[in-house]
Design a protein. Structure first.
Ligand code: AHG
Ligand code: MN
Ligand code: MN
Length: 337
């Protein structure tokens, strides 16, 4: 009964207290991100109204242009994090390069800018006008450099170095899912209290599923091995649970979240036009890979573990196969046959 009324903030503080050397800064940073997500959620809910009222792209009462939602989400997350003062660099899908930040609390002995945050401020943004779920994805690393503003080296760490990651979905309700390396936990926003309340502690993804998620319109552009794998999911074979169901809405967060809860494999493979697929390693693949592994699932680029890839640039793309362990293993077998 108690856990039902546990707020996100209480949960992250209790998690951080389990680490004796923890300073409490990670809890504060996660709380900053959660606050930004609540505010984005409010704006997402108003988006349809803004459209009816003809606000988007026009001027608001202050004479400022009404921002597109992805720009709004980007600015809000960036500002919240700047004010919080725990980070030395912000890396966003919406920015060309990283934003270096100096130590805001230089005079304090306990507070310093020791983290780096990567985020996709609004994932699935092409779905906004159709009222389909969209979301925010984030990922947190510890800096490598010791002082001053963050460097590109701080920002280009392997996914396995993440200390926390999560996403917030703006859907039929607003849900925040995060991991700080000790399981995956889900919270639902109670709009009246303005609090994220724990709804699922220690989420585990089913080891094997009956669902695949992929944009099959790209079939003609795929490799022969990829085509064979997808074909194999559609045969009638009771012993392996086939044919599988297909579920794809085109919002990675929404497709991923459904598969996390019910089991499934999500794929965005390479094709003959996009040799590295479409999704970004730092903003999309790494955070969701950390989460899926913490939930007992698997994530790969078809050959190797996503979290072991050494990034070369901030906006690097990567083929992605992520979800239930046995299904991702099977995809890898086909792709490497
Ligand atoms: P974003 O809105 O951040 O640019 O991401 C869109 C991504 C992802 O959410 C989704 O899985 C994928 O694009 C869909 O791509 P297709 O339309 O090519 O299927
Ligand atoms: Mn995205
Ligand atoms: Mn985006």
């Amino acid at each position: 009964m108690d856990s039902k009324f546990k707020t996100l903030y209480r949960h992250i503080i209790e998690e951080e207290r389990k680490i004796p050397s923890a300073s409490g800064q990670l809890s504060d940073l996660l709380a900053d991100i959660a606050l930004a997500c609540k505010l984005i959620s409010l704006e997402v809910n108003r988006a349809g109204l803004a459209d009816i009222l003809g606000l988007a792209g026009k001027e608001n009462v202050q004479g400022e242009e009404v921002k597109k939602l992805d720009v709004y989400a980007n600015d809000l997350l960036t500002n919240t994090m700047k004010v919080g003062g725990h980070i030395c660099a912000i890396c966003s899908e919406e920015e060309e390069t990283f934003i270096p930040l100096d130590d805001k609390f230089k005079d304090s002995e306990t507070i310093s800018n020791k983290y780096i945050v990567h985020f996709d401020p609004l994932d699935g943004s092409s779905n906004i006008d159709a009222n389909i779920s969209i979301g925010t994805i984030f990922s947190i690393y510890k800096r490598i450099s010791k002082t001053g503003v963050g460097t590109l080296e701080d920002c280009l760490q392997k996914g396995s170095e993440q200390i926390a990651a999560g996403y917030c979905i703006y859907g039929s309700s607003t849900i925040l899912v995060y991991t700080a390396g000790n399981g995956v936990h889900g919270f639902t926003l109670d709009p009246t209290a303005g609090e994220f309340i724990l709804f699922h502690e220690n989420i585990k993804i089913p080891k094997k599923s009956k669902t695949y998620s992929v944009n099959e319109g790209n079939y003609c552009k795929w490799s022969g091995k990829m085509k064979k794998y997808i074909d194999s999911l559609k045969v009638d074979d009771k012993s392996t649970g086939k044919p599988y169901s297909s579920r794809y809405v085109g919002s990675l967060v929404a497709d991923f979240h459904r598969n996390l809860l019910y089991g499934g494999i999500f794929m965005y493979p390479s094709d003959n036009k996009n040799l590295n697929g479409k999704l970004r390693l730092m903003y999309e693949a790494n955070p969701l890979s950390f989460i899926v592994e913490q939930a007992g699932g698997r994530s790969s680029d078809g050959n190797s573990r996503i979290l072991d890839i050494k990034p070369e640039s901030l906006h690097q793309r990567v083929p992605l196969f992520i979800g239930s362990e046995k299904d991702v293993e099977e995809a890898e077998k086909f792709l490497n046959s």
